[in-house]
Design a protein around this ligand. Sequence first.
Ligand code: B1M
Length: 215
Amino acid sequence: MADLEGIKQAVVKGKRKEIVGLVQAAVDEGVDPQSIISDYMIEAMKEVGARFEAKKIFVPEMMMAARTMQEGLGILKPLLAAGDESQTKKSGTVVIGTVFGDLHDIGKNLVVLMLESSGFEVHNIGENVTPEAFVEKAKELDADIVGMSSLLTTGDPYVKATVEALKNSDIADRIKVICGGAAVTPKYAVEVCGADGHARDAVSAVNICREFMES
Ligand code: B1M
């Protein structure tokens, strides 16, 4: 039987050598890759965050957990990308990055993966991205949507600055702006910063981007 709890514990404890075998075994037994991510790996990262907050672990352990999750995701990514075969035509162009000062990339990369597997053309411009770089890339690629991820509350001013830079640019009438990540609430993103939408997870990010393209 698939050891799903073992997958969660391998991420929590940063056991990189174990994760690949455990995830592969679960996949071979037919466990839904999306469930492995959402119900076990993301839950594991929440536990890692709680342990860090409680000072039971420190940055090196958090880093090992992140690397372990990324190794596990490496097995699952191709399966997710192949998942939605109904999406054959391009759904829209999205530029996405993590805001200035923030190096967290796991959640953003999951959003990228889900958008790509839903037919969007996605340009991942990385982490620690300045407001100006978001605007420049969106212009260069004639993007339909710009997405930003923010995990640190110290990133709030950069979320606001980025939304404002986009909304004050000459492409403001052509693009929609979406924010997400643990540090950003819907109220802050939409009411305070002026974004067009907020998504709490990768699946809702896809749904909101689809709504943007339909409107
Ligand atoms: Co950091 N870190 N970290 N960290 N880290 C958090 C975010 C923290 C909450 C931990 C804690 O204290 N409980 C805390 C922030 C506190 C705060 O600001 N209030 C924190 C801190 C303090 C820090 C440092 C400052 C620690 C230090 O150095 N003293 C430092 C900052 C570095 C920097 O960025 N400048 C730091 C460093 C790191 C590591 C490098 C060790 C590592 C990141 C590795 C990496 O990303 N490659 C790390 C990790 C792993 C975490 C936790 C444990 C896990 C983050 C994660 O990957 N979650 C995190 C605690 C937590 O989140 N519970 C924590 C899994 C991921 C799938 O979820 O990213 O939320 P998430 O993404 C979700 C949704 O949010 C949403 O969809 C995703 C999938 O469902 N989403 C979007 C995300 N982006 C979206 C964009 C969208 C839409 C939806 O539209 C565009």
